[in-house]
Design a protein around this ligand. Structure first.
Ligand code: KG4
Ligand code: ZN
Length: 358
């Protein structure tokens, strides 16, 4: 029997099994991560190696450095995830891996490792979309969360409002027309000489600033629930340059607070417009930017005011990690969506594409 025929048989049996443990790998950008997750909801281990220090010197992620660091670290992260879970490789039921979107070299490391482990053990291999993983972080933090719900996914590469109609069933309600929110935060931080990745530090500095100090334009978009951050970012960078040219000392905290307020109120207002017009009763937040303090506070209070149930990942699950991939993988497995060994990295993968049906 071929690897894939055997994997399909095993996957069918796993759908009946009471306790399914998946070893997941994530390497799409600058975190090398591995985790073991039980039944999509329980984290048995979650090992993350952040490459931030390697890229900080260059002010952003350098793809070649990322790929090399993933190659050096991926085996160690897998060993660490198994050790933390108290399991041997043979004890896991299936392998899962992020196969897109992301940096091609970075993705390839995780995909190659997962394929090798799947082939070596004969276990099923489950391909996961990175953004689907971010959404699944909410399943880990909220055992009671079940579809349907809407999810605002904001990260370094994405700003999307999804309708999650069922497990593995996504509809785009709105998306950014240009920059992602995280990218805008990082670029605004960079002009203030805040080291990469600027988003988290900008957020921290903003806590002490006046959000009304700098007036920024309200972005316009084509779609009612779409986003746009590039105009906001340019207006902010121009304002900072003007202050510098005048020789003024930059009111850094006020500038951070003003930019953060503009981004967050835009994100929240559009999500609430969709919620009101589409009758959304459950709203979730996900992605690296969901760690933003103001975004967490404002989404929570906007949802509370409207009687919408609100869900967000705990802070440790906002950024890239493999536990979220292990959760999303469980629901793909239940739908029979496993890959054969031709699985390849897909740098521009869309969330609507279902493995095997693309
Ligand atoms: O999801 P993620 O870890 O990687 C991608 O899939 O892109 O998101 C990383 C992004 C970076 O742009 C980072 O600056 C931003 O999330 N970020 C934040 C905060 N924490 C992370 N942006 C604003 N406020 C934060 N607290
Ligand atoms: Zn991410």
């Amino acid at each position: 029997m071929s690897y894939f025929e055997n994997a399909q048989k095993q996957a069918a049996a796993l759908r009946e099994k009471e306790c399914v443990r998946i070893l997941a790998i994530e390497s799409s950008c600058d975190e090398t991560a591995a985790a073991v997750v039980e039944n999509g909801r329980k984290i048995l281990s979650n090992a993350v190696f952040s490459q931030i220090d390697l890229h900080a010197l260059y002010g952003g992620v350098v793809p070649e450095i990322a790929s090399r660091a993933h190659v050096e670290k991926v085996d160690r992260m897998v060993d660490e995830a198994l050790r933390q879970a108290g399991m041997a490789l043979q004890d896991v039921d299936a392998l899962a891996v992020t196969y897109g979107p992301g940096l091609v070299g970075a993705l390839l490391t995780g995909v190659s490792c997962a394929k090798a482990l799947a082939y070596g053990t004969g276990k099923p291999l489950i391909p996961v979309h990175h953004i689907e993983g971010h959404i699944a972080a909410d399943f880990l933090s909220h055992p009671d969360l079940t579809p349907p719900f809407a999810c605002l996914v904001v990260s370094g590469g994405h700003s999307h409002l999804f309708s999650v109609d069922g497990y593995g069933e996504y509809r785009v309600l709105g998306q950014t027309q240009d920059d992602a929110a995280g990218e805008a935060f990082d670029k605004a931080a960079r002009v203030l000489d805040i080291p990469y990745p600027g988003g988290p530090l900008l957020d921290k500095l903003a806590e002490e600033g006046d959000p009304n100090a700098l007036k920024l334009p309200r972005p316009k978009t084509q779609g009612r629930y779409d986003y746009s951050f590039s105009g906001l970012k340019t207006a902010f960078i121009n304002a900072v340059h003007t202050l510098r040219q005048k020789g003024e000392t930059l009111p850094v905290a006020d500038l951070c607070a003003s930019f953060r307020q503009a981004v967050v109120s835009f994100l929240v207002d559009r999500a609430m417009l969709a919620a009101e017009e589409l009758g959304i009763q459950k709203m979730a937040l996900a992605g690296g930017v969901s760690a933003n303090r103001l975004l967490r506070r404002e989404m929570e209070s906007a949802c509370r005011k409207r009687g919408i149930a609100f869900y967000m990942p705990e802070l440790s699950l906002c950024g890239d990690n493999a536990a979220m991939i292990g959760s999303a993988a469980y629901y793909r497995l239940l739908r029979g969506e496993i890959a054969d060994l031709t699985l390849n990295a897909r740098p521009s993968l869309m969330l609507s594409s279902i493995p095997g049906k693309e």
